[in-house]
Every structure is written in structure tokens, then in C-alpha cells.
Write a protein that binds this ligand. Structure first.
Ligand code: PGA
Length: 251
């Protein structure tokens, strides 16, 4: 059985003191139960180092929300994989739909980032998903297949073992509209079959595929009980300790 992985994508929320408060809340909540799922928090860059210190000796793991694919140099505003490692990150979200749409990241750029993250010892949370228009015109699988093929191009099977795929239908992100468990399961199964075709049965069975898009305590259990849904990438609902932990408890 694959262990569930619940990741909180804080996006551009919380300054340093807000981050300290949220992490303290999560830590306090953890005193009451033994989490069955792996937990990752992904605060903004400015809070990563502090977060790493605060979650030391807890089961919570740390991720960043993005990075650049070069090692160093004249790339104003960017951070490298090595920099993220140096402040204690183990994970990095790559190819989030907000990066794809607002910051024009292409599959090719995301593929470079995934490769660089892996080479630098970070585990990518590699995001894919279709827009509403794409879903309504019946091309969801086609879109997702292209994102997987292009985003994971030239990634070896041993490297793939360090990749989490997050299926996040764009129309469900931050909208309150969640994919039904059946809709999500259908795409997750499609992704797992595609990984089997591209790699192997073993790679497909071991791959953690998270669902993301308006996951909240009220819908987490049903989503997470689907065969091929191995966790959640949570935006809005991860900004309160209780709702984040309630989702963890649903696993
Ligand atoms: P949401 O965001 O839970 O607020 O919909 C999910 C995400 O973008 O990762």
C-alpha cells in the first residue's frame, strides 16, 4: 500500500510571523494524534529556514513552491535547487498551474526544473491538470498525457521514484469546485497506466499521485479513499492548522 502524502501549498500567504504561528498551530495539533500520512508544508521562500528549524524533530517535512533550473548566476529573483537544499527543503512544487498560466512556464521549462531538482537531491511535486475548457471539450486525458510525457522527459525510473505527481484540474483550484471522487479517480488511473506504459508496472504501482483542487476536510475522506488517489496537494485549506490536520486525519 502506498502511504498517503498530504502537502500544504501556502502560495503567497503568511509573512514570517504568520508562518511561525501556522506551524506552531500544526505542531500543537499533532500532540493529539499519530498521523498516518506523510505531511509536507510549502511556505514562501522567506520562511523556509525558520520553518525548517521549527519542524525539526517532528514528522513534518519541508518543501518550496518553485525554483529555477540553473545552478547560479544572473537570474534576478530566482532561487536554485542547491539554495533550497541549504535551508532544509526536501521537496519542491514544480509546474503548478499558477506558474504555468501566470508566469508562462512551459512543459519544457518544467522538465528542466524537474531534472535539476532531482539532480540536486530535491523531490519534485510535479503538477499537471486540464483547464475547464479542455475538460468540456473532452481532451483531459490528451492534455494530461502531454504534460506527463513532456514534463518527465529523460527522467529515469530510479529518479521517478523520487517524484510525486499532483493532478490538479485547473478549474478546481481555489474555486471551491472539486472534481468528484470518480472524476479524479478516472484521471489518476489514466496517469498510473501511462506511467506503466512509459516505465514499468513497478514504477506505476509505487508512484504517489496526489489530487489537488479545493480539497477540504469535508471532501478529503471520499477523495482519499479512491484507489489511485494517494494524497492531496492542499491550497486554501492548509492555511488553518485545524483544517490542514483534519485532512491529514482523513488519510
Ligand atoms: P486550493 O489550491 O486547495 O486552494 O484549490 C490547490 C493548489 O493550487 O495546489
Amino acid at each position: 500500500m502506498r502511504k498517503k502524502v498530504i502537502a500544504g501549498n501556502w502560495k503567497m500567504n503568511n509573512n514570517l510571523s504568520g508562518a511561525v504561528e501556522l506551524i506552531s498551530g500544526i505542531k500543537n495539533g499533532l500532540a493529539d494524534f499519530e498521523p498516518q500520512a506523510d505531511m509536507i508544508i510549502c511556505p514562501p521562500y522567506i520562511s523556509l529556514e525558520t520553518a525548517a528549524a521549527l519542524i525539526k524533530d517532528t514528522p513534518i517535512k519541508l518543501g518550496a513552491q518553485n525554483m529555477y533550473f540553473e545552478d547560479s548566476g544572473a537570474y534576478t529573483g530566482e532561487v536554485s535547487a542547491e539554495m533550497l537544499k541549504s535551508v532544509g527543503c526536501e521537496y519542491v512544487i514544480l509546474g503548478h498551474s499558477e506558474r504555468r498560466t501566470i508566469f508562462n512556464e512551459s512543459d519544457e521549462t518544467i522538465n528542466k526544473k524537474v531534472k535539476k531538482a532531482l539532480a540536486g537531491g530535491l523531490k519534485p511535486i510535479f503538477c499537471i491538470g486540464e483547464t475547464l475548457e479542455e475538460r468540456e471539450s473532452g481532451v483531459t486525458n490528451k492534455v494530461v498525457e502531454k504534460q506527463v510525457r513532456d514534463g518527465l522527459q529523460d527522467i529515469s525510473e530510479s529518479d521517478l521514484a523520487n517524484v510525486i505527481v499532483a493532478y490538479e484540474p485547473v478549474w478546481a483550484i481555489g474555486t471551491g469546485k472539486t472534481a468528484t471522487p470518480e472524476q479524479a479517480q478516472e484521471v489518476h488511473e489514466f496517469i498510473r497506466n501511462l506511467i506503466k506504459e512509459l516505465y514499468s508496472e513497478n514504477a506505476a504501482q509505487n508512484l504517489v499521485i496526489q489530487y489537488g483542487g479545493s480539497v477540504k476536510p469535508a471532501n478529503a475522506k471520499e477523495l482519499l479513499s479512491q484507489n489511485d488517489i494517494d494524497g492531496a496537494l492542499v491550497g486554501g485549506a492548509c492555511l488553518q492548522p485545524d483544517s490542514f490536520l483534519d485532512i491529514v486525519k482523513s488519510s
